[in-house]
Design a protein around this ligand. Structure first.
Ligand code: NAD
Length: 478
């Protein structure tokens, strides 16, 4: 299939997508994290292109806003159809650029989630709220479009998080200028290319680039709101950059999610949920289980079940259908994980499995690693590892476990594992996190609001609450 013939139709392979998103010449090379081979090239436009994109998005906004909810929902549903029609090509490119396998809860799953979130966001009804009705007058609350929304994303779930940002923004009548992570720009450019088969011109624009483009977007006077997903440190920088223009912000920042296993849990029954809670996307997930607290009575049994399971999970190149775990996406992240595990080992903690990456293997593969008998203050526990290394901490009283779970400045997700869901809910209510799951971890749903507590951010995504965060509230009273 040639680039010409794909313009109005479907893309069969990642190469077909690359043919329409790569610059004709030059650009920066993006490497496959599994092999070091070049995946493709990305143009890095710079300040002038950002200005042009914001101006075009501003000009496109009135007509898009005037369409109304029903028509915009129709566009989102057709955008979901376009994603589904191009799903395999998108998943292949995502796998090659990000590293995640096609199989398992990885690349195909992520592309499927893009379509699911677009459709769900099309379906929500946000009605005006009548607050008062008396003496022939009424006060009503509406949510009007904000303007141009700037969206800044990370490299771990680049397509899905792009959709989490753009779908509610567009649905609410805003236009969007998006800056993907410099590590995964091709995935977002390809996704936007597919979506823009459907959307009117300049409603959604992607401007690749690094931190400077993000900074320029966050301080731009014509950007009304920034949707940001990434690290807490960058979130703080965005708060500062956006201060002079009093931008609205939704900040989905880093986490270091705790899981607490109560003594009545069945180690065998919960092992798989714990494993994928921690190792989904090879641990590179904001709301993944990153510290596991297990009661002393079942500590050894949980460690044994998890170790057995971790050893059965194939890790390797993403395009090999056998694999369910992939490489770390980049060298910096590989080094963070390797250094934290080494420091844990040096402190006397016990590595149950993993922990020894093969220096001969190309790519940033770090084996699935479980670390037991580790102190709660160890950096592998206290810092966000964002990779396939789970520390397992022993506790003896539930009070101690809750105190340790709440002991950090972040609070994105958490989980409680028990045979008694009511008891688990009581513990959950005492944990300082935006979401606390019972007997699962990290499950998100487009109908259920998601957001962080403490320094994991503010603002909510998904569902009706998510739509409200992409509108400016207006009361009409009289
Ligand atoms: P990052 O903060 O390094 O980068 C995120 C984005 O911000 C990139 O596009 C980057 O170019 C841009 N950026 C960097 N400096 C900037 C600045 N000063 N101004 C504006 N933009 C700037 O994060 P990352 O390494 O890509 O992602 C990993 C982090 O993201 C982890 O901490 C993870 O927990 C977090 N995360 C959170 C969620 C969530 O929903 N809460 C989801 C995924 C990832």
């Amino acid at each position: 299939m040639t680039a010409e013939s794909t313009l109005q139709g479907t893309f069969a392979t990642a190469a077909d997508l690359l043919a329409v998103i790569e610059p004709e010449t030059g650009g920066r090379q993006i490497k496959d994290p599994a092999t070091g081979e070049t995946v493709g090239r990305v143009a890095e436009p710079g300040a002038a292109e950002l200005e042009a994109a914001v101006a075009a998005a501003k000009a496109a906004r009135p007509a898009w806003a005037a369409l109304g909810h029903a028509e915009r929902s129709g566009f989102l549903n057709r955008a979901a159809d376009a994603v589904e029609a191009n799903a395999e090509a998108l998943a292949e490119l995502l796998s090659r650029e990000q590293g995640k396998p096609l199989n398992g809860p990885n690349a195909r799953f992520e592309v499927g989630a893009c379509a699911a979130w677009l459709r769900a966001t099309a379906g929500f009804e946000l009605e005006p709220e009548t607050l008062l009705e008396e003496d022939g007058t009424r006060a009503q609350l509406f949510y009007r479009p904000l303007g141009v929304v700037g969206a800044i994303g990370p490299w771990n779930w680049p397509m899905m998080i792009a959709v989490w940002q753009l779908a509610p923004a567009l649905r609410m009548g805003n236009t969007v200028v998006m800056k993907p992570s410099e590590y995964t720009p091709l995935s977002v450019l390809a996704l936007a290319r597919v979506l823009n088969q459907v959307f009117p011109e300049n409603v959604l624009t992607v401007v690749p680039g690094g931190r400077e483009v993000g900074q320029a977007l966050a301080s731009h006077p014509d950007i009304a709101k920034v949707m940001f997903t990434g690290s807490t440190a960058t979130g703080k920088a965005i708060i500062r950059s956006s201060a002079d223009t009093v931008k609205r912000l939704t900040l989905e920042l880093g986490g270091n999610d705790a899981g607490i296993v109560l003594p009545d849990a069945d180690p065998k029954a919960i092992a798989e949920g714990l494993f994928w809670g921690a190792f989904i996307n090879t641990g590179q997930t904001c709301a993944a289980l990153k510290r596991l607290y297990v009661h002393e009575e079942i500590y050894d049994a949980v460690c044994a079940e998890l170790t057995q399971l971790a050893r059965t999970m194939p890790m390797g190149h993403g395009l090999d259908e056998n694999n369910v775990l992939g490489p770390l996406q980049n060298k910096a992240q590989f080094d963070i994980v390797a250094n934290l595990v080494q420091a844990a080992r040096d402190s006397g903690a016990r590595v149950l499995t993993g922990g020894n990456p093969d220096p001969e293997q190309p790519g940033y593969f770090y084996p699935a690693t479980l670390v037991a008998d580790i102190d709660n203050n160890n950096p592998l526990v206290a810092e966000e590892q964002f990779g396939p290394a789970l520390p397992i901490i022993k506790y003896s009283s539930i009070e101690e476990a809750i105190e340790m779970a709440n002991g950090l400045e972040v609070g994105l997700g958490a989980s409680v594992w028990s045979a008694d869901p009511d008891k688990a809910r009581e513990v959950a209510a005492r944990i300082e996190a935006g979401t606390v799951w019972i007997n699962k971890h990290g499950a998100v749903d487009p109908r259920v609001p998601f957001g962080g507590a403490k320094q994991s951010g503010y603002g909510l995504e998904f569902g009706i609450e998510g739509l409200k965060h992409l509108g400016t509230p207006q009361v009409i009273n009289g």
